[in-house]
Each structure stands twice: as structure tokens, then as C-alpha cells.
Ligand binder design. Structure first.
Ligand code: ADP
Length: 381
């Protein structure tokens, strides 16, 4: 049963080590009632460990875990409420349905002791919620992957958990099915107003599902916020690159701006003379028609060297044609229907506000230098 508390889950300064390996490093996060929160990050950054600590499947070493304002684990005091008393619902990547039980009995498993009529009513209600009312008597092996995922979700939702914990719940599904199931799942979670913490390594999935994202790197939260804020205002190059590959350039700030091959870019907050990294997303560079475009920013001619289809959009590799940056290679994402021909000349324009500018040498610097060396090598080739 939900209390009036506004906070379904609260992790306070949680750290966790496996032997010498620090898997989770001073992480604090909260999930409010009705919110869907994604823990996002590359494989091995500590996401699943956080989920297991929240569920009580892993003993808490340091920090505190509270649910609906009730302390459920305190690393300092060595106190911990067992998982079955925490009121959490769990869905794992492999769904973990019992093969010898029908769908209805799988769902009933989460309900514990309950009067028979109420139990049957709750099973029917939750199967209806996930659109599986006709499958109560079926066995898991007779269901598709997507249907099994819905049953796993129904089983986790049946006891009305204080919080639902999902660990890569869609990664076992094929790509076409995944989009639909993600959409359906989000509707179920929002309709039932179930507070949810979901682990994923897929940035598109996180942006689609989450009210807020916690982006992790090597055990730490590097940025948290709405998908829009994290995508458009990344705090460092690692965050920026986690969502899309970027064109990586460099420059030196003069008079509050930095000169780039695509024009002068404002660099507020960076001192004159400071070396900066300029990250430009492929979709931030636009193709413009001759005589068109925004007259306030530079229009740069380029030659199309490669075209790759990405479904609704195309990725172009283009080589700049003029000026001191002649022969610089850039990646451009083009959503228009018109497909430029290989070897043809096109005109490019960047909205200066879309360039991401960071101090040179900021976190992820080694990675940056490697990537930009590769791009420079490409440009020189
Ligand atoms: P993620 O979910 O982001 O992939 P995990 O939380 O599973 O990351 O793992 C974080 C780090 O801890 C990884 O380096 C992983 O190899 C390690 N790790 C996870 N579980 C264990 C364990 N039971 N014993 C030892 N090391 C572990």
C-alpha cells in the first residue's frame, strides 16, 4: 500500500565494493511517487548493483536506503530489512517466469496470502492492465517474448509495490518488438502511477522512458536531470558522447567566443586564451539550399564522401571544401527526403547555440584526444 510519502525510494551516499573493486561510489538518488527514473550508463558502471542494494538482494556496506520515508537499510548500523518486507517489485532481463505454472499462477505468486476472491480479482485486474486477460491459463513456453515480458510486469505489479525495479527489462526482445513493448510498459507504469527505477545501457530507451535520468560512469553519478536537460546541457564530454557520436574539434577562446570551421561560437564562462573542446552532434549540422539558411551564421561548402542509411535519417560523411579547414571531415545527420549524391557539393550550417563547448582536458580528456586524433587522421587522409 502506498503511504502519503512523496518519496518512494531514497538512496543516501551509498557505496559498494566487491573485494578491491569499488562498484558504487557515493551515490545518492531518489525516486518520487509516480516517477519513472532510469539509471543509465555503460556496462559495468554499477547500475545493477544499485538496483540490488535497493531491493535488499545485496547487503548494504555504506550509506542508507529509505522507502516511503522508512529506513530499510543502514550500512553504518549494519541493519537491513529483508527483500520480501521492502515492498519492491522486480523484473529482470530474462523475466524469470516459473515454467511449470500458468500465467495466472505466476501472477498469483507475488500476492502472498490473500482471500481467494480478492486474489482472483487482482489477477484479472493486473492481467487486464497489461492486455493479457485472455492468457490466464497459458503456460510461459506458449507465449512470445513480448507476452512473457508483460506477465513478468504483471507479476511484479500485482502486490502494488512501493517501487518497481526493472533491470534491462527490454534487452531480451528483438528491436522491432522492443519499441512497442517499451511504449506499452510506460503506459502501464504511468496509469498505475507506480514509482519505477529502471536500469538500462541504452540512451534512447532512457530518454523515451524516463522522467529523470541518472547517468553513471565508473560507479558514480556524473549527471542527473530530465532527458532534455542531460541531452542538451551535458556537463562534460563523456555525457555528450554517451548519447551520440560527436564531431570533436578544438579551439582557443578570444573575446568570449571560439572560432570553428563552422563559424564563430559563443563560449560564455570560458576565459580568453583558454583552450576548449568543441563537440558538434551530427544532427546539429544542417544542409541548406544555395541562398537559404540563417544569415547570422556561416554557410560552409563541403563534398559528400559517404552516405549511410539509418532508417528515417542518413549519416553523411562530408569534407569541407574551403578555407584553412579545407579537407576536415565531419559527420552530418540528414533527416530530409532529398539524398545528396556522392561527390556532390552541399552547403552546411550550424546553429552556434547547438555546439557543446568544454574546457580542454576536462574529464574524459584521454578519450577525447584519442577520438580527435582519429578524426584528424581521417581529415588528413
Ligand atoms: P552494470 O549493471 O552497470 O553493468 P554492475 O553493477 O553489474 O554494473 O557491476 C559493477 C562492477 O562490479 C563491474 O565491474 C562488475 O564486474 C562488478 N561486479 C558485479 N557483481 C559482482 C560480484 N557479485 N562479484 C564481483 N564483482 C562484481
Amino acid at each position: 500500500m502506498n503511504s502519503r510519502s512523496n518519496c518512494a525510494l531514497d538512496l543516501l551516499d551509498v557505496s559498494h565494493a566487491y573485494g578491491d573493486l569499488t562498484a558504487v561510489d557515493h551515490v545518492s538518488l531518489h525516486v518520487n511517487e509516480g516517477e519513472v527514473i532510469c539509471l543509465l550508463g555503460p556496462s559495468g558502471c554499477g547500475k545493477s548493483t544499485i538496483l540490488r542494494l535497493a531491493a535488499g538482494l545485496e547487503a548494504l556496506q555504506q550509506g542508507r536506503v529509505a522507502m516511503q520515508d522508512r529506513m530499510v537499510a543502514d550500512g553504518g548500523l549494519g541493519q537491513s530489512l529483508p527483500p520480501e518486507l521492502r515492498g519492491v517489485g522486480l523484473v529482470f532481463q530474462d523475466f524469470a517466469l516459473f515454467p511449470h505454472l500458468t500465467v495466472a499462477r505466476n501472477v498469483a505468486f507475488g500476492l502472498g496470502r490473500m482471500e481467494a476472491g480478492a486474489r482472483a480479482a487482482r489477477i484479472a485486474e493486473v492481467l487486464d492492465q497489461v492486455d493479457m486477460a485472455d492468457y490466464a491459463g497459458a503456460y510461459p513456453h506458449a507465449l512470445s517474448g513480448g507476452q512473457q515480458q508483460r506477465i513478468a510486469l504483471a507479476r511484479a505489479l500485482a502486490p502494488q509495490p512501493a517501487i518497481l525495479l526493472l533491470d534491462e527489462p527490454f534487452s531480451g526482445l528483438d528491436a522491432r518488438l522492443r519499441e512497442q513493448i517499451r511504449d506499452d510498459t510506460l503506459h502501464v507504469l504511468k496509469r498505475s502511477r507506480t514509482a519505477t527505477l529502471m536500469v538500462t545501457h541504452d540512451p534512447e530507451e532512457a530518454m523515451f522512458m524516463a522522467d529523470r535520468i541518472y547517468l553513471m560512469q565508473a560507479g558514480r553519478v556524473v549527471q542527473s536531470g530530465s532527458p532534455d536537460a542531460i541531452y542538451h546541457r551535458p556537463v562534460n564530454p563523456f555525457v555528450a558522447r554517451f548519447f551520440t557520436a560527436t564531431n570533436d574539434l578544438g579551439g582557443v577562446v578570444q573575446g568570449g567566443a571560439v572560432q570553428s570551421p563552422l563559424g564563430l561560437l559563443p563560449a560564455p564562462g570560458h576565459a580568453d586564451g583558454a583552450a576548449v573542446q568543441i563537440l558538434i552532434r551530427p544532427e546539429s549540422i544542417h544542409l541548406v539550399a544555395a541562398g537559404g539558411g540563417d544569415t547570422n551564421s556561416r554557410i560552409v561548402p563541403a563534398i559528400v564522401e559517404e552516405v549511410r542509411f539509418l532508417g528515417s535519417s542518413k549519416l553523411l560523411v562530408v569534407r569541407l571544401e574551403s578555407g584553412e579547414n579545407r579537407s576536415l571531415t565531419l559527420r552530418v545527420r540528414h533527416a530530409g527526403r532529398h539524398l545528396p549524391e556522392l561527390g556532390s557539393q552541399i552547403l552546411l550550417q550550424l546553429d552556434p547555440a547547438d555546439a557543446l563547448i568544454f574546457p580542454e582536458g576536462r574529464e574524459g580528456g584521454d578519450l577525447y584526444r584519442r577520438a580527435s586524433t582519429e578524426i584528424r587522421a581521417l581529415s588528413a587522409g
